[in-house]
Design a protein around this ligand. Structure first.
Ligand code: COA
Length: 161
């Protein structure tokens, strides 16, 4: 059984992430969406439980998919789960340099791990969680960019502020 791990902060999940998940499921027998509990660089606005719940609600109809939190080094989690590859989305050339660094660092830490890059549909090539949060913060519509459960949560979060 070939297991892939799709890691990220997913703060929150967007339709672009969902697109990558669906593509990865065509390649792997099982896909684990690994949600980073804490991050060296980011302070998520949604809790780990919220971020996981959004993904689970959105992917309820998808088979062979597991959503799990992880903390610490990604390669440790990947090893523990017996996965053969890390999946990452490549939206534009600008993603490449960071992704290359990450892939090489992960390979240095665990030489048997491969990184597989998938290109989301071009309609999502400009999308990021930060862009979505910024649009929602200023009252714009994110309806076509995120699943309905996330749209609702963003509205509630920013209405309060
Ligand atoms: N559609 C929409 N947005 C996408 C996307 C897609 N297909 N692919 C990436 N993105 C966006 C994300 O929303 C995110 O946007 P943001 O910066 O506005 O939040 C950004 O691109 C990249 O984030 P993401 O894919 O969620 O990854 P990340 O950079 O938040 O997470 C980890 C990186 C968690 C995988 C990485 O830091 C990690 O492995 N951490 C654990 C510690 C470790 O092992 N580090 C590596 C050793 S050097």
């Amino acid at each position: 059984m070939k297991i892939g791990v799709y890691p990220g902060t997913f703060d929150p999940i967007t339709n672009g992430h969902l697109d990558v998940i669906k593509r990865a499921l065509k390649i792997f027998d099982k896909l684990i969406v690994a949600v980073a509990i804490s991050s060296y660089k980011k302070s998520p606005i949604f809790t780990i439980d919220e971020r996981i719940a959004f993904i689970k609600e959105t992917t309820v109809e998808l088979k062979n998919l597991i959503v799990e939190p992880f903390d610490g080094l990604l390669v440790k989690f990947v090893k523990q789960r017996g996965a053969v590859a890390i999946v990452r989305g490549l939206r534009a050339v600008s993603d490449y340099e960071f992704e290359l660094q990450l892939a090489h660092a992960n390979r240095r830490l665990y030489r048997d791990i491969e990184t597989v890059f998938l290109m989301p549909s071009e309609e999502f090539s400009f999308l990021s969680s930060s862009i979505v949060k910024e649009i929602a913060y200023f009252g714009g519509s994110v309806k076509s960019l995120v699943p309905p459960t996330v749209e609702k949560a963003l509205k509630q979060k920013f209405q309060k502020q």
